[in-house]
Design a protein around this ligand. Structure first.
Ligand code: C2E
Ligand code: CA
Ligand code: CA
Ligand code: CA
Length: 279
């Protein structure tokens, strides 16, 4: 048994070392990702639960590296946050998504809201509200078309600071949504003070909604609470008709997920919109 324990110890050490090496490779490759045009943005449509119309799109970053291949954002976003690279990368995402949105509106696409993810690291950066305002001005996109998603844990990390930043963004006319809502034990009294427009119900609750009575109870409670606070709700990770039916019945406002569409390239998104809403 002792021998076995030691082997296991060696195994874990090797595994941790491999992870550390991989993280270093990812960070050093990521340093060149922007200038070498390896980053792209995909757009996942968001639908009105009531009538199935497209009312939004979430911008999701994609990275293809020549030797590492396609790297998941679940891996490279945390690496970008640790290394500080998320600040220039996040700014790039915002600028390019906003520019794409402007182009779509210019093409005559029916207006919808563009949702862009904000890292907690970006959110804590003192220049954030000014940076957002500058990009909207430079790209000539009215603020009403932009929504910024911040995770619940990001907002709850330092609530008084979050309130101040949200107030500034609100003054610029930008909407905020709380992402991955329901997993970080929000202090509900803060929810009242946050200038937020929408709660995005975490997909972990949506996944088992058909089978798990506790998840059903949580989702029902989040929707009812949001209603009471005058907030909209969106469910993400919706993959099945049963999930959609439950969410609709319980008054969830918006739906995002593979049931309707995976994240699409800008070109695919343009075609998708035309198919759904022929003019
Ligand atoms: P998130 O913001 O919670 O985004 C939702 C994730 O769920 C996306 O994964 C999306 O592709 C995936 N998804 C959408 N519909 C379904 C579905 O029906 N079923 C399942 N199983 N998954 C679905 P993705 O694109 O891999 O992004 C992962 C995470 O990486 C995001 O989670 C977000 O936290 C982060 N991320 C992605 N792009 C950006 C970005 O531009 N900036 C920042 N800061 N974070 C980003
Ligand atoms: Ca998100
Ligand atoms: Ca989410
Ligand atoms: Ca998530």
């Amino acid at each position: 048994a002792k021998q076995n324990g030691r082997n296991r110890y060696c195994f874990f050490t090797a595994e941790i070392e491999a992870l550390a090496v991989r993280r270093m490779q990812v960070v050093s490759a990521l340093r060149h990702a922007l200038e070498q045009h390896q980053l792209t943005i995909h757009y996942q449509p968001q639908f009105s639960a009531r009538d199935g119309r497209i009312i939004g799109a979430e911008a999701l970053l994609r990275w293809h590296h020549p030797s590492l291949g396609q790297v998941s954002p679940e891996e490279f976003i945390p690496a970008a946050e640790d290394s500080g690279l998320i600040v220039p990368i996040g700014e790039w995402v915002l600028r390019h998504a906003v520019r794409q949105m402007r182009a779509w509106l210019d093409e005559g696409m029916t207006p919808f809201v563009l949702a862009v993810n904000l890292s907690t690291v970006q959110f804590r950066h003192p220049n954030l509200p000014a940076m957002v305002a500058a990009i909207l001005a430079e790209e000539q996109l009215p603020a009403q078309y932009l929504e910024l998603e911040l995770t619940e844990s990001g907002a709850m990390h330092d609530p008084p600071a979050a309130i101040a930043v949200m107030d500034q963004l609100h003054e610029h006319g930008v909407r905020m949504a709380i992402d991955d809502f329901g997993i970080a034990y929000s202090s509900l009294s803060y929810l009242k003070k946050f200038k937020v427009y929408k709660l995005k119900i975490d997909q972990s609750f949506v996944r088992d909604i058909s089978a798990d009575p506790e998840d059903r109870a949580i989702v029902t409670a989040i929707i009812a609470m949001a209603r009471g606070l005058g907030l909209r709700t969106i469910a993400e990770g919706v993959e099945t008709q049963a999930q959609l039916d439950f969410l609709r019945e319980h008054g969830c406002d918006e739906i995002q997920g593979y049931y309707y569409s995976k994240p699409l390239t800008a070109e695919q998104f343009g075609r998708f919109v035309q198919e759904v809403e022929p003019c």
